[in-house]
Design a protein around this ligand. Structure first.
Ligand SMILES: [Zn+2]
Length: 256
């Protein structure tokens, strides 16, 4: 059994006191690969440095929608330059967010478009964050699909059946985080049940939203197992089989 955490923010301050231990605990819990995801130029540099120091860590570089307004002009060029670093396997996270008001929406759309084009130019898959903006995200994904094939993942998916179906049709993977384990998430679990075996991914999105029964704690990659157990049960699959298929999917998409 080898799990792959396809989305973690290991560079963030929540891990500054015990980062090495967190990584050790993840390895001890069967998490063999962690994808550390950048949210801005500094953060993207930090995740590439973590990847250089740790065999089990790979990185994704990009500017998360909520941080696009504060990005300096040169930050986008820094992201492009980082792509050639070893172990950079994805572009992101990117996307759209109507929940927070940190970045005017047209600026978010401009940056989402840049990330999607960069993915299509480089062949690196993209990682999508969407909050209260699924219609807008789908419209931009459809427009990008007209330019060429898409490779990417809807991260920490919380959408409904129709959104999932459209994302699958566009060629994307669907990734579930700790929220799917929460008691009130029955509808989301029902959606998770319907994702084809070759398109489902798992992640912690740590340090945020630890899965049940660890909810309320700082999340970390070692907790991925709880989300995997919940989904395996929901999909009536044996735990090891489910772990293996999600890891196979992660290796196919991110070419670890
Ligand atoms: Zn994230």
């Amino acid at each position: 059994m080898a799990l792959i955490d396809t989305h973690t923010h290991l560079d963030q301050d929540e891990f500054s006191e015990d980062r090495c231990q967190v990584i050790e605990e993840a390895l001890g819990a069967g998490v063999s690969i962690m994808l550390a995801v950048g949210i801005g130029a500094d953060s993207s540099l930090a995740v590439t440095e973590l990847a250089a120091q740790n065999a089990a860590i790979f990185s994704a570089v990009g500017i998360q929608p909520n941080y696009c307004a504060e990005a300096k002009t040169e930050d986008w060029d820094r992201i492009i330059a980082l792509i050639s670093q070893p172990k950079v396997v994805a572009i992101g996270e990117t996307g759209l967010d109507r929940h927070w008001d940190f970045t005017p929406f047209p600026i978010q759309q401009d940056f989402f478009d840049r990330h999607l084009r960069l993915s299509q130019e480089t062949g690196l898959p993209f990682i999508v964050h969407t909050r209260e903006s699924e219609t807008d995200v789908l419209a931009m994904l459809r427009a990008a699909r007209k330019r060429g094939p898409l490779a990417g993942v809807m991260h920490s998916f919380v959408g409904g059946q129709e959104v999932a179906a459209e994302c699958l049709e566009l060629g994307l993977y669907i990734s579930f985080a700790g929220m799917v384990t929460f008691k009130k998430s029955a509808a989301l679990r029902a959606v998770a049940q319907t994702i084809p075996d070759d398109r489902i991914l798992i992640e912690t999105d740590s340090p945020y939203l630890a899965p049940h029964p660890l909810r309320g704690n700082r999340n970390q990659p070692a907790y991925l197992r709880h989300t995997a157990e919940c989904l395996a049960e929901e999909r009536k699959t044996d735990f090891d089989t489910f772990c293996n298929l999600t890891s196979e999917n992660a290796r196919r998409l991110f070419r670890f």
